[in-house]
Design a protein around this ligand. Structure first.
Ligand SMILES: Cc1cc2nc3c(=O)[nH]c(=O)nc-3n(C[C@H](O)[C@H](O)[C@H](O)COP(=O)(O)OP(=O)(O)OC[C@H]3O[C@@H](n4cnc5c(N)ncnc54)[C@H](O)[C@@H]3O)c2cc1C
Length: 416
């Protein structure tokens, strides 16, 4: 092979673009670099992030915000290149002005396209070559040279490869979960955890739940396997038209719910519909009883929750929603408060890859060194969602894309 690159980056998504830009910076452009993406443009998924606003990072990015097989390496990677470093790179290298809203970073334009354009302009100004529009079908290695074969018949060689081909979520953006197949022969199958949807909605067959479609509330959720709490989160809960729950805090616990459901273990989400303790809820109901004693329960609570949700909760608590709130006994008030704060929703299915924002699974992080180089294959680096790391909502997943890409770029730059 005559035309051999120093490095090929497979994937022009978040981590691929970051790795390329960082490599150009670290080597002052003195690197023969090629970025390949099957889409006809880069950053297709990045364009969708944060509902088009791109929640770039989170001030509080730390290992406890993620699930992985190797929290120690994750923590070390985030410490070596964390949110401050990423923001500094965006500001000082790519020229993106950022803003921080309650710990969540965005470009000041609140446009994901700003981030994509800045990457693209930076790479176009450099010696980096970009090859879009043809998917990679195979990666092989022969005497230290990696050969990347594309669907259009072209083959490219490189001494090092950064595989930034993403996970399985939102396959319409090009990340379709095929990274394991692409690396077959290079990776030990024992180091691959199958991709599953994470940050997705949860469905329930609970009677009458579909009638709640569209209702939103601010509270908290706790996932349990029937015996212990597995995960929890706080935020907005949305009842979905499929019959079930969604919203940021539900997505946060969904990855663990998916693994329970996969194992056939009972998965129950306990929802606090108002974000108050049971005692506070008893007080709230008591005050409504005093204020509006002659009203029906649903009318008396109209300022607390929508009628349909109130009727649903009343039925679960064994209370007639048409009865007057003034007539409720202390025991009934307690039962109602308990249901409002601890509504148990058994979940038995979930939104698939087309609905999930992130996937769990990928190449095990424990199989990588601190440069995100595969320990069993020199010159093969893997970054971003292709690795077995999935974070909560709030900029954590993009921060992982940047941190892992920075580690790989540092590793490659040190040896070109
Ligand atoms: C709707 C939505 C909203 C999100 N919002 C946020 C947010 O606000 N904040 C946040 O932190 N995270 C968010 N995420 C998650 C975040 O987008 C991902 O974690 C991140 O993009 C992963 O980066 P990556 O580079 O690993 O993979 P990707 O960005 O998926 O990039 C992988 C690239 O590889 C290419 N590729 C794959 N296979 C091949 C092949 N065989 N040949 C050629 N090219 C290939 C794909 O075309 C793709 O461009 C969101 C995700 C979605 C779907």
């Amino acid at each position: 092979m005559s035309n051999v690159y120093d490095c090929i980056i497979l994937g022009g998504g978040a981590s691929g673009l970051f790795a390329a830009s960082m490599l150009i910076k670290l080597t002052s452009g003195r690197i023969k670099l090629l970025v390949i993406d099957g889409n006809d443009r880069c950053g297709k998924k990045l364009a969708l992030t944060g509902s088009g606003r791109c929640n770039l990072s989170n001030k509080n990015a730390a290992a406890d915000k993620y699930h992985t097989d190797c929290p120690e390496l994750l923590e070390a990677c985030l410490k070596a290149f964390g949110p401050d470093d990423a923001v500094s790179f965006f500001e000082n290298t790519l020229g993106i002005v950022t803003v921080c809203d309650n710990g969540l970073y965005y470009p000041s334009t609140y446009r994901a396209q700003t981030v994509i354009d800045s990457f693209r302009f930076y790479l176009e100004d450099s010696s980096c070559e970009l090859k879009f529009g043809s998917r990679c079908t195979k990666i092989t290695e022969n005497k230290g040279i990696y050969e990347v074969s594309l669907k259009d018949g072209s083959v490219y060689g490189a001494r090092k490869i950064i595989c930034a081909a993403g996970g399985s979520a939102y396959p319409s953006t090009g990340s379709d979960g095929t990274v394991g197949a692409l690396l077959k022969g290079l990776i030990d199958p024992k180091d691959v955890v199958p991709f599953r949807p994470a940050l997705t909605s949860l469905n329930s067959k609970m009677q009458g739940i579909k009638a709640l479609a569209g209702i939103r509330c601010r509270g908290s959720v706790e996932l349990s396997d029937g015996t212990k709490v597995i995960d929890s989160s706080v935020g907005e809960i949305i009842f979905s038209k499929e019959g079930g729950i969604s919203g940021i805090c539900v997505m946060d616990i969904s990855g663990r719910a998916v693994s329970l459901i996969d194992k056939g273990v009972k998965a129950v989400v306990t929802v606090n519909l108002i974000g108050k303790s049971e005692e506070e809820a008893v007080e709230l109901l008591g005050s409504r009883k005093k204020m509006f004693g002659s009203r029906t329960v649903t009318s008396a609570l109209s300022g607390v929750m929508p009628r349909v949700l109130c009727e649903f909760v009343c039925r679960l608590a064994g209370i007639d929603p048409a009865s007057t709130i003034g007539g409720l006994s202390d025991k009934a008030i307690k039962a109602l408060a308990n249901t409002i704060c601890k509504m148990k929703i058994p979940v038995d299915s979930f939104g698939g890859n087309d609905k999930a924002q992130v996937s769990s699974g990928g190449i095990k992080l424990s199989a990588m060194d601190s440069d995100m180089q595969y320990k069993k294959k020199k010159g093969l680096y893997i970054t971003g969602e292709a690795l077995n790391v999935d974070g909560r909502c709030g900029g954590f997943n993009l921060q992982w894309a940047w941190s892992s890409a920075a580690a790989a770029a540092k590793g490659v730059a040190a040896d070109v």
